[in-house]
Design a protein around this ligand. Structure first.
Ligand code: DAH
Length: 366
């Protein structure tokens, strides 16, 4: 039995009061000195421990008590036990002691750990730059589905079934579509041009819209080709839109994207959905047009396709919106590759870098 705990000299109320009074005072005194979680736990074990706890010693006094004193002993014991438990709760819940706080404290004078700055991906950045050049000219911005029908991707863009121009856009098709009519078969759009038709079907002229988006082709990846890439489509339809409007618009856009000293020239080309069609070349931004390796010593770099909207395309649109009557309205369209423009602007020589997720590459744009 612990020497600190002195049993009552006898079991009359006065002696019991004295004995329990001493124990109570001792418990209070010890509880008041508790400082940290370790000492609180020691207090708990010392007083309430199942085998060695001091309260066990106190309850052992009962054995010597005569039957008549058991009830008053029991009451006093319960009061003591409640008190000890209360003291313990108080000590444990009274927040951290000074030493616990000290152990958890933070030295705010230490240097911080550096967080990486997030940044727009160069493709997203170029996408936004191109879109804002046209937004400033009053163009709205549209979107269309990446999984497209043969009708929108090809037929309505004046690539009739079996037309050889389809072979210029190697297509990834969705499986198990053979039982559908050709025009309803699904494919991954090979260009953003089908959104020209979706836009015209949904609203009458005038239209000024750019449509950025992801496109897919069945092509082997190399330094300048990726089977998934991005384009921005443009469409302008109104009364009296001429090739001069097309030239002026794209010349302005190229100067806005590459700097005011850039020149443009328009080369005859072919696209089924424009007539006439042109490839736009800009004066080489690397050598200023003198001729270098980048422009294959021509001084010019081919950047995008464009042309006047083919009447056959308007005829498809007129099926839903009769106002697309090529006798009354005209328009131009253009399409540019976002990767190609980003590669030029940022001097990227391998298109795969855009998709690699390599922080050494992406970190340069932060
Ligand atoms: N859709 C063409 C392609 O992906 C690009 C293009 C050329 C879009 C001429 C146009 C255009 O709107 O007028 O190769």
């Amino acid at each position: 039995m612990s020497p600190e705990i002195q049993p009552p000299s006898s079991f009359d109320d006065t002696s019991l009061d004295q004995a329990f009074g001493r124990v109570t005072a001792q418990a209070r005194e010890e509880a008041a000195a508790l400082t940290d979680p370790g000492s609180v736990e020691a207090f708990r074990l010392r007083w309430l421990g199942r085998k060695q706890g001091l309260l066990n010693d106190v309850s052992a006094w009962l054995k010597a008590a005569p039957p008549a004193a058991k009830k008053s002993f029991g009451e006093r014991f319960k009061t003591l036990k409640d008190l000890v438990e209360g003291l313990l709760d108080q000590a444990a819940g009274s927040g951290h002691s000074d030493s616990a706080l000290a152990a958890e404290s933070i030295d705010i004078t230490l240097p911080g750990s550096r967080r990486l700055t997030g940044a727009e991906h160069p493709i997203t950045r170029t996408w936004n730059e191109i879109v804002s050049v046209f937004a400033a000219l009053g163009y709205s911005v549209g979107v269309g589905p990446e999984v497209e029908t043969d009708f929108y991707n090809f037929e309505s863009m004046n690539f009739p079934p079996g037309h050889p121009a389809r072979d210029t856009q190697d297509t990834l098709v969705i499986a198990n579509q053979e039982r559908r009519p050709l025009r309803d078969r699904l494919l991954l759009r090979t260009h953003t041009s089908p959104v020209q038709m979706r836009t015209m079907e949904s609203q009458p002229p005038p239209i000024r819209i750019v449509i950025p988006g992801k496109v897919h082709r069945n092509e082997a990846d190399d330094a300048t080709h990726s089977s998934t890439f991005h384009q921005v489509e443009g469409l302008c339809v109104d009364t009296n839109i001429t090739f001069s409007d097309l030239k002026g618009t794209l010349d302005h856009a190229m100067k806005a994207l590459f700097g005011p000293s850039v020149k443009t020239r328009f080369f005859p080309s072919f696209f089924p959905f424009t007539e006439p069609s042109a490839d736009v070349q800009i004066s080489c931004i690397f050598c200023g047009g003198k001729g270098c390796r980048k422009c294959k010593h021509s001084g010019w770099i081919e950047l995008l396709g464009c042309g006047m909207v083919d009447p056959a395309v308007f005829a498809f649109a007129a099926e839903k919106q009769p106002a697309y009557d090529s006798k009354r309205i005209s328009g131009f369209a253009f399409g540019m590759g976002i990767e190609r423009i980003a590669m030029m602007k940022y001097g990227v020589s391998d298109i795969g870098q855009f998709y690699s997720g390599d922080m050494r590459f992406l970190g340069q744009f932060a």
